[in-house]
Design a protein around this ligand. Structure first.
Ligand code: ATP
Length: 495
């Protein structure tokens, strides 16, 4: 977080006014990093769609729908009624927790239970110790039972001590808490004019299904892709940008014949994992996890596939946090919107004379969580000097592409350097030029900013017409001809 602030990747929103919990702004380098990620997604999914299982390109079109829609959209989608993460409040500590994040620890012989927040190892150890005191014996994890709070009876809840409490029985039963931000459309703030900021981009796609079908000559199977802001009034925003109240999604709704859902689900699951790898998430910190049957979302029918692409963030370690969900949503959304809008949302297959309500595979990714994973993956402290950090971005997402430096600011070096800078910046953009400070300091700044290459013009350059290129990841330096630099960089950046 300190590096993100120092180098201008991410700032607290409204920082000069003390910030606002759950909101983050992207600085010059962060804005470009995020844009590179979104552009790569749009390019690889929409502009040059991937090759499908049959060897031809997948059919994909783009969309850009509104953040505010007719509120009936959110009734049909289930968000107005059900977009609630049940919460529990602690009457003693005044803290609020997501019910499914609270774990309750019990053991035989103790008439008290202790709660802790999932993933909080210190909290879990504290609960173990306190439960041990109460049971008058030293306990290890194998001696206790741990269960999520919603699975417990009222009686058991009454004996539980909250994660930040001292007395038992202060946790409320789980209750609904609507996560959608409300606003009013028009000049008067009447309840009739209530509208919502969208909590996901997906519904904008479903409500435009017929428009796209009628205007773009797509044939089943096809996808509609959209990136954009989404808003959720998260109860406990935390972990930097991971759980924010305003964030950006990159979503595809892929419509296919009901018979073909399994094949397309497997296709998108594997393709999306490969895509994140191509964004530089190469370590085992990224993993794919298929959901257990009991955690399937409300739209997923029994047997349908749902999986998460997850990343082991420093703050979730040793656990993982979701980066993207791939879900078989069956025909849930189109059917809901057909019932609520009374508009037929179906596909007519002229070849087989068949009408179908397509099923949907949804790869739904978060741009902010993607940026955060890329930042974490890139963050490499120097093994000999831990205060020195290299940000090892893949060249494709890297906000800076190269730097051009005159070794010293005299003897004809700045002129050659400026010339090279202009040539490279015209072709690639995001080239850094700096003639001040020692060369060591300039390199260190580029290492922390994640710039993959520095070209240095030195005293030899006027004679041999060559420059030194320094590689960020190996710090190796090699000499290449001045007139080859541009093509050399072009080849390196597509690696
Ligand atoms: P979680 O369980 O972490 O709340 P979710 O399962 O509700 O996430 P989805 O509704 O599947 O998330 O949203 C799709 C993607 O949108 C997520 O994979 C994530 O990358 C992103 N996302 C969701 N909520 C947030 C948030 N509060 N802040 C940042 N990104 C988010």
């Amino acid at each position: 977080m300190a590096l993100c602030k120092r180098r201008g990747f991410i700032f607290q929103a409204s920082e000069i006014y003390g910030g606002l919990n759950g909101f983050w702004d992207y600085g010059p380098l962060g804005a470009q990093l995020k844009k590179n990620l979104k552009d790569a997604w749009w390019n690889d999914m929409v502009v040059h769609p991937p090759t499908g299982p049959d060897g031809s390109d997948v059919s994909m079109v783009g969309l850009d729908s509104c953040i505010i829609q007719n509120p009936r959209v959110w009734v049909a989608s289930g968000h107005v009624g059900g977009f609630n993460d049940p919460m529990v409040d602690c009457k003693e500590s005044k803290r609020r927790y997501r019910a499914d994040h609270v774990q309750i620890m019990t053991t035989e012989g103790a008439d008290r239970a202790y709660a802790f927040v999932e993933g909080d190892d210190a909290g879990r150890d504290k609960a173990l110790k306190q439960l041990g005191k109460h049971a008058r014996r030293t306990l290890v994890l194998a001696d206790v039972t741990v269960a999520p709070l919603p699975s417990l009876s009222k009686d058991c809840l009454a004996t539980a001590v909250g994660p930040d409490a001292k007395e038992p029985g202060t946790l409320t039963e789980p209750r609904a808490f609507n996560l959608m931000f409300k606003t009013y459309v028009g000049a008067t703030a009447n309840e009739d004019d209530v509208a919502y900021l969208r909590p996901e981009t997906a519904q904008g796609i479903f409500v435009n299904f017929k428009n796209v079908l009628d205007t773009s000559r797509v044939k089943l199977p096809f996808g509609i892709a959209q990136t954009g802001k989404a808003f959720r009034n998260e109860v406990t925003p935390r972990n930097f940008t991971f759980r924010s109240r305003e964030f950006e999604q990159m979503e595809i709704e892929f419509f296919c014949h009901p018979n073909a859902t399994r094949e397309w689900y497997a296709y998108w699951r594997d393709l999306r994992v490969a895509w994140w790898r191509s964004m530089g998430l190469l370590s085992e910190n990224m993993q794919l996890r298929e959901h257990d049957q009991d955690e399937l979302a409300h739209y997923a029918k029994s047997g349908a596939g749902t999986s998460d692409i997850e990343y082991r963030f420093p703050f979730t370690h040793p656990g993982y946090g979701e980066l993207e969900g791939i879900a078989d949503r069956s025909n849930f959304d189109l059917t809901q919107h057909r019932e609520h809008s009374k508009v037929k949302l179906e596909y007519f297959d002229p070849e087989h004379g068949e009408r179908v309500v397509p099923h949907v595979i949804e790869p739904s990714a978060g741009a902010d969580r993607g940026v955060l994973a890329i930042l974490c993956e890139a963050f490499t402290p120097d093994p000999t000097r831990p205060s020195k950090v290299y940000m090892r971005f893949a060249p494709r997402v890297s906000p800076l592409k190269a730097a051009v430096y005159p070794l010293v600011n005299k003897d004809g070096m700045p002129e050659i350097a400026e010339h090279l800078y202009r040539e490279l910046n015209r072709r690639f953009g995001f080239i850094e030029y700096d003639a001040k400070q020692s060369i060591g300091k300039r390199y260190a700044r580029m290492d922390e900013s994640g710039c993959p290459f520095c070209f240095t013009i030195d005293g030899e350059t006027p004679g041999d017409q060559a420059v030194t290129v320094r590689h960020r990841d190996t710090q190796l330096q090699e000499r290449i001809a001045l007139d080859r630099v541009s093509d050399w960089l072009a080849a390196e950046l597509v690696r």
